[in-house]
Ligand binder design. Sequence first.
Ligand code: C2E
Ligand code: MG
Ligand code: MG
Ligand code: MG
Length: 289
Amino acid sequence: YGHHNRLHFFTSGMDNQARRWMEIESELRQALERRELQLYYQPLLCARDGRIRSLEALARWHSPALGWVSPAEFVPVAEESGLIVAIGDWVLHTACAQARRWQDDGLPPVRVAVNVSAHQIATGALPERIREVLARTGLPAAQLEIELTESTMMADTEFTSAQVEAISRMGVSVALDDFGTGYSSLAYLSRFALNKVKIDRSFVHKLASDPKSTTIIAATVGLARGLGLQVVAEGVETEAQQRTLIAAGCDALQGYLFSPPVAAADLSRLSALFAPCEPYATPRTALAP
Ligand code: C2E
Ligand code: MG
Ligand code: MG
Ligand code: MG
């Protein structure tokens, strides 16, 4: 077949990186229906008492053809191909159903945080999807959080802020992920209905070696406080980082020091550390009446 020959010629002329991208894309197309995706959950610890009040859901993919593929590699492919919309929908439903199940199993009501991509926002259907999933799973809105990145917020700001506002009005909390890695102006922070800022792990990583990251974290905490936002530090790996971040005023910490992301079944081992999540006040934004 001419078509196949052309494809073969095309792929053999491509560099390894492009070939890998294509392999991932073609395997990922079937990953959902073949049930190859799972969610792992990483606890966020309250800086005051060390208790777990929320968990971040993180996608894990084992492909029979490619083995384990990290989300750092497959999420960009999923985004460019549009597959992220279906995957993100599965993540949302699975995480909410799981949060409900833990509670039915006797854990205190924890909040589950789901990473949301710009494409999911762009569909315009996310608020309605969230409403449906909450109704279907019976998870209270206050126990769901969505995590957005700065680049998501920067794309079509008016539309995005209206979508985020609609989600926030349901009582779902909203976190800005990877704070400090994007291009957003600080002024943008107050335009979105945010509850939380997550300081990117690159700043936490540099704490010991680069005094500037201490300054950035202290300034972020100050700014966030002024805007009524919670502050989370990601990627906490050492006790020295933990001490610095608590002293800087972070509200919650997340990182390998406490726990890596783990399978849902493994969380019961941490059950003594759980405490009910605390409700956040609904944020006020420039759009709010
Ligand atoms: P993220 O949302 O910023 O998630 C935090 C990442 O940091 C996770 O990587 C987590 O495993 C890792 N991490 C946690 N603690 C530490 C630590 O102490 N040290 C270090 N070095 N890393 C730590 P992961 O699971 O590989 O995910 C990477 C990224 O992929 C996520 O970054 C998120 O942007 C994206 N992602 C993962 N799952 C989903 C998903 O379901 N939907 C979407 N849209 N994106 C996802
Ligand atoms: Mg995240
Ligand atoms: Mg992050
Ligand atoms: Mg990230």
